[in-house]
Design a protein around this ligand. Sequence first.
Ligand code: GDP
Length: 473
Amino acid sequence: VSELATMMDVTATQVIATCMNLGTMVSINQRLDAETLSIVAEEFGYKVDFISVEVQEAIAEEVDKDEDLLVRPPIITVMGHVDHGKTSLLDYVRKANVIAGEAGGITQHIGAYNVTLEDGRKITFLDTPGHEAFTAMRARGAQVTDVAIIIVAADDNVMPQTIEAINHAAAAGVPIVFAINKVDRDAADPERIKSELANLNYMVEDWGGKYQSQEISAKTGLGVSELLDKVLLESEMLDLKANPDKRAIGSVVESSLDRGRGYTSTVLVESGTLHVGDVILAGPYHGHVKAMFNERNQQVKSVGPSEPVLVLGLNGAPQAGDKFNCLDSEREARQIANKREQLQREQGLRTQKHITLDEIGRRIAIGNFQELNVIVKGDVDGSIEALSDSLIKLSTEEIQVNIIHKAVGQISESDVMLATASNAIVVGFQVRPSIGARKLAEKEEIDIRLYSIIYDAIEEVKAAMEGMLSPEI
Ligand code: GDP
């Protein structure tokens, strides 16, 4: 409703009033069906043209043969509570990895960097620590992490953001290695951290569980190489492979506008090899790769799988998590970029429509619904536990209810991003969304349901699961 009002340059109230005259009650964020849309637009003197959101993009996917697949380095993200040492760990690894004779080492922050261990094995680190960045990328369709390091300070406790980070990694299906940091401090008590993790059902290996953990000091470097060994062990089990011998595809890590160089984007190659001169398309932007720089500020001519590189030559700044492709001709790239831009502009295009409680009933009816992901936020721990338990118990043979994250506090942007990435609904009990979260939820079409009575929350989800929920007005 509000988008239509903006496009027609009238107020949302006028659109709502017109709908009411037609006998439909709508709210400002409601999606109108095609027929209503046409009638309303006509009332204001507009004619509606429907164009397909399915852009026919002629980007041919190249199929890989088994023998073309080569081992690629793992991509690692470091997550954890603020001040527990994410930045220090990334800094330590970066500095420790100054290869002998190399001037300056890793001097540039480009959003990701690649290190080579003494035995020749390589690891790529995403240099934007935190689960917010991780999930923001995932929300745009990019899964650019193979293993997550969750860092916990041994002189502190497992904190709310630690739990949030664990849940964000788990929701993405990314294996976790725990780094128990700051063990150089007198107040450090790693065993307490392990017991707190065990209480959350994350039992570490020394306690007989399945999660690898390593005591480290990001300050002195103690235990860091053992940590990297464990990360590599975890990633070996994933059997990470890619074909370097084709046109590159991958994801954008970050972009900016540089006064001297124009638009720069750090991209991470997923497979194939990116060369200087290639025609590249990322989100709604395109261009020729004019030059590429690695994290050591050296010019490079080509980069392969799992390698990050700063690219010059795009005609705009694509967002973190946008995919990039390489095409045969600039004309083709321009056409697709223009089409994408037009769609984004005209329609506020969403690649994925997110689930609402109303939608659940409909999908159950047509039988294509198996899992309902829920994020529960509340004012006190007790009610969150009670509500989560009751929701899980609503699971039936057909539908599994998953609580992918629960925590005390208002509904934050990070919650909405997680919901976007995991196609979840957000249930708030005696709490409200922040302004930022509300805006993001509107943009991403995330269903946030607020309750002050547990019974109401359970009844509504239950009704939705039974396909009986009347549409929300
Ligand atoms: P982030 O917020 O998770 O990125 O945390 P930082 O890396 O900025 O670290 C927060 C503070 O803890 C800084 O003052 C660091 O110097 C300190 N710190 C981080 N790791 C260690 C460690 O292993 N030992 C000690 N003593 N201090 C650390």
